[in-house]
Design a protein around this ligand. Structure first.
Ligand SMILES: O=C(O)CCC(=O)C(=O)O
Ligand SMILES: [Fe+2]
Length: 401
């Protein structure tokens, strides 16, 4: 393969840019139990001249997405310094965003998108119980109109846009090539047929998130949960590994494990689209955000995430051309793929990707919602395990709490 260009962003020191204080990574936890062991993929191996190295890489990816669903990605083309600059910009946002911009750019999840500024009072537009989570989400409309961006970030949009373009069109595209190869399909199959295009994040979005420590009352209502257990909707989610350990993955032994910190690495999360296209050979990663270990409870957590979305007008079905699927069939073990198959068998069309992601955003509930988060309402006990049980478009969504 020809070698992939490294990330080469516009200069942070260009004339007219305010000085941005460097983000200082907070101390890592001393706790060692309760952490997952994840495989790590060296993406630069894709550029090797030796076909054997590349074939081994595809095999490694195949095993990792089958076993864990979360994989670390290293040597993907962005240096640790370049990454820290993006965290510094996110920190700068939360230190400088004006009250007027928070109000003017306030999100409206009922539209089915997180687009704009999320206040730290839950996942509805109307303020609810404080959850300590602020976000800014860049969708297509934010890329198109600078007035939809907090003014403190205007001088840095060249760097943020270049970062998202690189993540979507280089890192994600290379990953989709590897995944296409696992399915034994042409290299650009997923990129050309499933990935959405047309903005630095296609129909997906980029997020600056800040998790502040929560008050005792919030902590009691949510039982330590910051975001419900869920699977992401799209193709790949690129999460940056961060020092404050809150992200947890649901293990095959049906327990939650923290994702360890690997400085500079990306945590790649498989979304529902890939689970369906792959006929269940890839598992959408079940994950949640939980309170960190005790020695990190008082730290703020910055998190940068890029969500790659599929084409909104598609109704997802397994890629029938895949020799892997033809040979081995589909795997109906878990999750949305199994449920989509069930409703298709009844002759009911599955929702489009856009309908599917928008209904889930519009109907998201808060971990502090003590009305909904109880057995008989949104929760159910199955074999002694507490599960969140929701239904959208006739599709059952069952997730561990
Ligand atoms: O902040 C994180 O680490 C994960 C957030 C997440 O899972 C999501 O927003 O879908
Ligand atoms: Fe997620």
């Amino acid at each position: 393969m020809p070698s992939s260009p490294l990330f080469n962003p516009p200069s942070p020191d260009a004339a007219g840019k305010p000085t941005v204080p460097a983000w200082v990574p907070p101390p890592i936890t001393k706790q060692t139990d309760g952490f997952a062991t994840l495989k790590s993929i060296d993406l630069s191996k894709m550029d090797s001249d030796d076909p054997k190295v590349v074939a081994e890489l595809v095999e490694e990816v195949k095993v990792a997405i089958r076993d864990d669903g979360f994989i670390f990605l290293e040597n993907y083309g962005i240096s640790y310094e370049q990454l820290n600059r993006q965290f510094s910009l996110a920190q700068y946002l939360y230190n400088n965003i004006s009250e007027e911009d928070k109000e003017r750019l306030l999100f409206d999840p009922e539209t089915g998108r997180w687009s704009g500024y999320k206040h730290p009072y839950g996942f509805k537009k109307k303020r609810g119980v404080p959850d300590g989570i602020e976000q800014f989400n860049w969708y297509n409309r934010e890329w198109q109109d600078i007035n939809r961006i907090p003014s403190c970030l205007h001088p840095f949009m060249d760097e943020i846009e270049a970062f998202c373009n690189y993540l979507t069109k280089s890192v994600n595209r290379r990953l989709l090539t590897l995944f296409s190869r696992v399915l034994e399909l042409p290299d650009d199959y997923l990129w050309d047929n499933v990935q959405s295009h047309g903005s630095p994040t296609g129909e997906g979005y980029f997020r600056h998130a800040l998790f502040r420590p929560v008050e005792k009352t919030t902590q009691e209502q949510s039982k330590g949960l910051r975001m419900h257990g869920h699977t992401d909707f799209g193709l790949t989610t690129l999460l940056f590994s961060v020092p404050i350990s809150c992200l947890q993955i649901w293990g095959r032994d049906e327990q939650w494990y923290y994702v360890p910190y690997k400085p500079g690495a990306l945590v790649i999360n498989i979304g529902e689209t890939l689970e369906i296209v792959s006929g269940g050979h890839f598992k959408a990663t079940r994950h949640r955000v939980f309170r960190p270990p005790a020695d990190q409870l008082h730290e703020e957590r910055l998190s940068l995430v890029l969500f790659n979305s599929s084409l909104g007008n598609l109704r997802m079905t397994p890629a029938k051309d895949s020799p892997l699927i033809q040979r081995e069939g589909c795997i109906e073990e878990q999750g949305v793929f199994k449920e989509f198959q069930a409703i298709m068998r009844q002759g009911v069309p599955v929702p489009t990707n856009q309908q599917w992601r928008e209904v889930q955003i519009a109907e998201a509930t808060d971990p502090t919602d003590t009305e909904r988060n109880r057995i008989g309402a949104d929760q159910i006990l199955i074999d002694g395990k507490l599960m969140q049980n929701r239904q959208y478009f006739g599709v059952k969504v069952l997730l561990p709490v």
